[in-house]
Write a protein that binds this ligand. Structure first.
Ligand SMILES: [Zn+2]
Length: 173
């Protein structure tokens, strides 16, 4: 009977295994005891993992494919083109007032906490994408249009910087 020296995958002790067992993918443990302990820990971990998965709240964090979308506070994604003008405008103003320097703020200001999903890059995209969509709407209220113009004034003379700190505007030289 041909044999080979192996190390137990549980206790690390060397043991002699039959080559035939090695070929079958067996011979990983020095003893039935080590095999049992290893199996128990693996199924135990698996059971814990399953339990954790079942009790974890379902949070959608995936960014959908097929074009940029706004992720609302409930974690739902919306294409700007499918958003109501009112929703678009207040979303833009909320982002703007939270991330632009104080002297750039328009209208009523409410400050919020943003989750990790809302990176500076994502919010910068949001400002441009939503403003772009709003420009196509013909049902803007006069006060929204006026505030959008105020924001656009910052777009025209400047570009939004995402390098450090809160979103800031760098004046074009
Ligand atoms: Zn062992």
């Amino acid at each position: 009977m041909s044999t080979i020296g192996r190390l137990c995958q549980h206790c690390g002790e060397p043991f002699t295994a039959r080559l035939a067992d090695v070929a079958r993918g067996w011979a990983k443990f020095c003893s039935k005891r080590c095999k049992a302990i290893e199996q128990e820990s693996r199924t135990g971990q698996h059971a814990k993992h399953v339990a954790r998965k079942a009790s974890a709240p379902r949070i959608r964090t995936n960014v959908p494919v097929g074009g940029w979308q706004w992720r609302d506070s409930k974690g739902e994604f919306h294409y700007p083109a499918n958003m109501e003008t009112r929703h678009l405008f207040y979303t833009l103003r909320m982002i703007w007032n939270n991330f632009m320097p104080a002297d750039a703020r328009v209208g009523a200001v409410k400050l919020y906490e943003f989750g990790r999903f809302y990176t500076r890059d994502y919010l910068k995209q949001a400002i441009y994408r939503i403003a772009e969509e709003l420009a196509k709407r013909d049902d803007m209220r006069p006060e929204w249009a006026a505030q959008l113009l105020q924001m656009r004034a910052w777009f025209g003379s400047a570009h939004l910087s995402i390098s450090t700190g809160p979103l800031s505007v760098e004046r074009a030289a």
